[in-house]
Design a protein. Structure first.
Length: 374
């Protein structure tokens, strides 16, 4: 058969291009300091060979999700323009994710709601049905895309702006995220990693609108471990702070981390603000008897299509769910579903984000989501 060609916009499933099921490896880093021995350790290479075959770890699922992420975001970076609505931007990205990862549910597909966070808003905003927001020239938008294959989530984000005066802010945050990626490693203390990220971030100042601002890390946000079908590993999850802390928790072999940093010209703190779009069933949700029929039927839909993957209200709409808000709020009140409202710094501030997913393999560190764009 003739060699398959990717469409524009990208919609051809990736198994057409990798028929042997072997997907591109991410950016490989050798471990530093007293872990350099891992590169050639027979024992660690053997461990890895077993893991490569093990359907549980499936390196190939992580890498298929990452390749999907690269193709979808590269098209998004080329085509997103002021004048577009956030709804059409989100739907275009999600259509690409579903088509390339070749799934629309628990097997593969959207890993979590497409974040389209504008200006002072840093995370967890996605348009709900009826949202008419139009992207403007002066906006700085954080695009946070999630792709999963067999529950292995690729969580990576970038910032778009069309005003050159924001370039320094984007540089600062990109540098801080790359510090986090470079310094991450087995046995590295999370609190110390936060200090290194903070140092890089705070070494920048930016001039916007004739005013000079120090770039502040958003202290309540940070990186996190990712487990199968669990975007932040629940109570067992680890957190990578953006400032120095005394946490003695360490990174471990086999950990799968999202390394993300956020910089702001505002207070460096975010609060919950505006209508919620992001929800996820808790990993260890209590098994409480549900009296509300709408909550019961909604939970069935959630279990069937998302499991413990985060979902957006728009995904309930497209599944034909109607009048679900009462049931959804009831599931939240019962502690079965967690809501994740938008997280915003003060009005008038500008925030930026860059994020990659890294895999602390036995022999090396693999930045699975690295592309030639960021
Ligand atoms: O802020 S988090 O809740 C968190 C960070 C550390 C421990 S928990 N969050 C995880 C998450 C929650 C809900 C989602 F729908 C998607 C992701 C980080 C994040 N948001 C987007 N990309 N990465
Ligand atoms: Mn195109
Ligand atoms: Mn993210
Ligand atoms: Mn993340």
């Amino acid at each position: 058969p003739s060699k398959p060609v990717q469409s524009d916009p990208p919609r051809v499933g990736l198994s057409q291009f990798f028929p042997d099921g072997v997907y591109p490896v991410g950016e490989i880093h050798e471990y530093k300091d007293d872990n350099t021995w891992r590169t050639t350790s027979e024992e660690k290479r053997h461990l890895e060979k077993l893991a490569m075959e093990d359907p549980e770890t499936t390196y190939e699922s992580i890498r298929k999700a990452a390749e999907t992420h690269r193709l979808v975001r590269q098209h998004a970076r080329k085509t997103i323009r002021p004048g577009m609505t956030l709804t059409e931007i989100a739907e275009e990205i999600e259509a690409g994710v579903r088509a390339l990862s070749e799934g629309d549910g628990l097997e593969a597909g959207v890993g979590f709601p497409t974040g389209l966070n504008i200006n002072n808003c840093a995370a967890h905003f996605s348009p709900n049905a009826g949202d008419k927001t139009v992207l403007k020239m002066g906006d700085i938008m954080k695009v946070d895309i999630g792709v999963h294959v067999k529950g292995r989530i690729c969580d990576s984000a970038f910032t778009l702006s069309w005003a050159p005066e924001y370039d320094q802010l984007l540089e600062a945050v990109k540098a801080a995220t790359n510090t986090g990626i470079r310094e991450a490693g087995i046995d590295v203390r999370l609190g110390e990693l936060g200090g290194l990220i903070q140092e890089t971030m705070e070494s920048y100042e930016v001039e916007i609108g004739g005013k000079v601002y120090p770039v502040k890390p958003i202290s309540s946000l940070g990186g996190h471990t990712i487990l199968p079908y669990s975007i932040h590993g629940g109570s067992k999850g680890k957190f990578v702070p953006l400032v120095k802390t005394n946490s003695q928790m360490r990174m471990e072999e086999g950990d799968y981390f999202a390394i993300e940093t956020f910089g702001s010209t505002g207070t460096g703190r975010v609060d919950e603000h505006g209508e919620c779009s992001h929800y996820a069933k808790l990993y260890n949700a209590p098994n409480v008897p549900l009296r509300l029929t709408s909550a019961k039927s909604l939970l069935k839909t959630i279990n069937k299509h998302f499991g413990t993957l985060p979902f957006a209200r728009r995904y309930l709409d497209r599944l034909g769910e109607r009048n679900y808000l009462l049931g959804l709020n009831n599931l939240v009140a019962q502690g079965i579903v967690q809501d994740y409202p938008p997280l915003c710094d003060q009005i008038g501030s500008m925030t930026a984000q860059f994020e990659h997913t890294i895999f602390l393999r036995p022999t090396c560190k693999e930045v699975v989501s690295r592309g030639d764009d960021y």
